[in-house]
Structure formats: structure tokens, C-alpha cells
Design a protein around this ligand. Structure first.
Ligand SMILES: C[S@@+](CC[C@H](N)C(=O)[O-])C[C@H]1O[C@@H](n2cnc3c(N)ncnc32)[C@H](O)[C@@H]1O
Length: 198
């Protein structure tokens, strides 16, 4: 099987940088999907003030590559945990980044379970991010906002969408001290990244 990599995903990296720079002040553990370019992603997450990085992987070949990286890079020991399996079974953390490759419809179960478990965690400030593709689906982010409203009861709504260098930034208004940011971009396939800080 040919494994997709993210080395040339310039827009994805830019949006990732925008999201993580907003939570630089949250020095916490990170639950994520480090994927096939784990070294690059882990170095980035560490540069963004994230302490312990717990990454899940369901593709065995990618997981074995990640273990290889861990055993060959001494400085990662005690700072990174690579786990094999579906992230849906993970313990929630203060910061969660679900960088998924499927559509919102197929990811909804995983997103809602982890977001709800994080929501009920006892912590001052939390951040939940997720990325989903929208190939062959409407590019509208309204269904995602409706889902967030229902799950967190926050009444957020889209105010405006502006074209940016990397794609589109959606400006979202929210009640109840919740910040929701959304970005749409395309490297090889069209993606939405949503960031919820609450
Ligand atoms: C988009 S890639 C991650 C890219 C990485 N965050 C980066 O920025 O370079 C997603 C990775 O997560 C894995 N994956 C997707 N869904 C998963 C799930 N539910 N549980 C565990 N691993 C999953 C995929 O096999 C893939 O390696």
C-alpha cells in the first residue's frame, strides 16, 4: 500500500502553525495522530510548548516506523508515546489534535466521543482540534458548527469567510467563553481544520 505523506503539504503546515500558535500558552500533554511524518510533526509539537506527546496509529506499517523513530532518537524517550490502535479508545488530554483523513460524516463518532470525554475532564482551559476532508461533499462548515453547538451547547455561528493565502479562514462567533476557529485549504485534497478552545 502506498502511504500518503505530508512533506509537501504547505497549506496544512501553515494552518497547523496558526492553530498551535493560538494555544502556545497551554503547556500540556498532547493527544494526537503523528502519522507517517512523525519526526516532523513531533518536532513541531515540541516547539509549540507541548510536553508529553501521546500519538495513536491504526496502520501497523506506520506504527512500526514510529517505533523505529523512538528507538533511534534518544531525546524522544519519556517525551513521546506511540500507541497502536484506534484513537477513539484513548484517554482524553487537555489538548487533542485529531488530524484525520476521512470526511466529517465518517469521523463524527470518533470526534464526538473524544470531544465529550475531554469536555467532562476537570481542567481550566482545553483545546480540541480536528481536520477532516470534504471531497465529494459540500464545502460548507455549517453542519460542523451545528454539531459543536449540539454537543457543547455553545450557540456558535458563522459570521464571515475570507480568502487567505493558504485557503479560507472562517470567522465564527460564539457564546459561553468558547472560541471556535475554522480553516479550509487544499494541498492534495480539500480539508477543514476546526479548533475549539474552551
Ligand atoms: C493525517 S495523518 C497525520 C498527519 C500528522 N498529524 C502531520 O501533521 O504530519 C493521520 C494518521 O492517523 C492515522 N489514523 C487515522 N485515523 C485513525 C484512528 N481513528 N486511530 C488511529 N490512527 C488513525 C492514519 O493512519 C495516519 O497515519
Amino acid at each position: 500500500m502506498k502511504i500518503k505523506t505530508y512533506e509537501n503539504s504547505i497549506n496544512k503546515r501553515l494552518v497547523q502553525y496558526l492553530c498551535y500558535s493560538q494555544i502556545f500558552g497551554i503547556e500540556s500533554d498532547l493527544l494526537c495522530l503523528a502519522g507517517p511524518n512523525a519526526k516532523e510533526f513531533i518536532e513541531f509539537a515540541q516547539s509549540q510548548n507541548k510536553k508529553k506527546i501521546i500519538s495513536y496509529e491504526k496502520e501497523m506499517s506506520i506504527y512500526l516506523e514510529q517505533l523505529n523513530l523512538l528507538y533511534s532518537t534518544k531525546k524522544l524517550k519519556n517525551k513521546v508515546q506511540f500507541k497502536s490502535g484506534d484513537i477513539i479508545n484513548a484517554q482524553p488530554q487537555q489538548v487533542i489534535d485529531l488530524d484525520l483523513m476521512c470526511t466529517f460524516k465518517s469521523a463524527q463518532n470518533t470526534i464526538s466521543k473524544l470531544l465529550y470525554r475531554q469536555y467532562t475532564m476537570n481542567s481550566n482551559i482545553k483545546c480540541f482540534m480536528f481536520s477532516v476532508s470534504y471531497m465529494r461533499e459540500s464545502s460548507s462548515i455549517e453542519p460542523i458548527l451545528k454539531f459543536i453547538n449540539k454537543l457543547l451547547g455553545v450557540e456558535c455561528f458563522l459570521v464571515n469567510s475570507l480568502k487567505m493565502q493558504y485557503g479560507v479562514q472562517h470567522f465564527i462567533n460564539c457564546r459561553k467563553n468558547v472560541i471556535v476557529r475554522a480553516y479550509s485549504y487544499c494541498d492534495t485534497s480539500p480539508m477543514h481544520t476546526i479548533q475549539i478552545i474552551y
